[in-house]
Design a protein around this ligand. Structure first.
Ligand code: HEM
Length: 121
């Protein structure tokens, strides 16, 4: 079973996406990074966040993460503190939605593995 199926498929991912972005946008460290990003047009991208984590072992995900965040590193100075904050909101979201601990740790492991790519180093 894939992580996607394990957490309950589309409905669960939609719930996670909503809760996660509510937390991210309410965070004073992260909100400025999303300034100017059209969050309505972001729906597909928000879902892509979770898809990238579920497929983190697949070829190309690191490169995709590097390319889609390089401008944020260069222009908005996103760094480990931003990454830690995003990871914390992700963890809290999954816990609040009662995702089993073992799956939470798999997803958080996948997120950790993408840190250097997201921060373009
Ligand atoms: C494991 C961690 C992360 C994953 C899996 C992830 C995933 C993604 C994905 C899939 C996209 C859409 C890319 C596209 O197709 O255009 C995206 C965009 C974005 N990410 Fe991340 N991200 C991560 C960490 C972060 C961090 C730490 C920040 C800093 C606050 C961040 C801020 C953004 C922003 C602002 C965009 C929108 C860029 C734009 O459309 O202009 N992400 N992310």
């Amino acid at each position: 079973m894939t992580i996607y199926e394990q957490i309950g498929g589309e409905a669960a991912v939609n719930a996670a996406v909503d809760l996660f972005y509510t937390k991210v946008l309410a965070d004073p460290l992260l909100a400025p990074v999303f300034e100017g990003v059209d969050m309505n047009g972001q729906n597909g991208k928000q879902r892509a966040f979770f898809t990238a984590l579920f497929k983190s072992e697949a070829t190309g995900v690191e490169e995709y993460m590097r390319q889609s965040h390089a401008r944020l590193v260069a222009e908005k100075g996103i760094n480990d503190a931003h990454f830690d904050a995003v990871a914390k909101h992700l963890n809290d979201t999954l816990v609040e939605l009662s995702v089993p601990a073992e799956i939470v740790s798999q997803i958080m492991g996948a997120a950790s593995g993408l840190r250097d790519a997201v921060l373009n180093r």
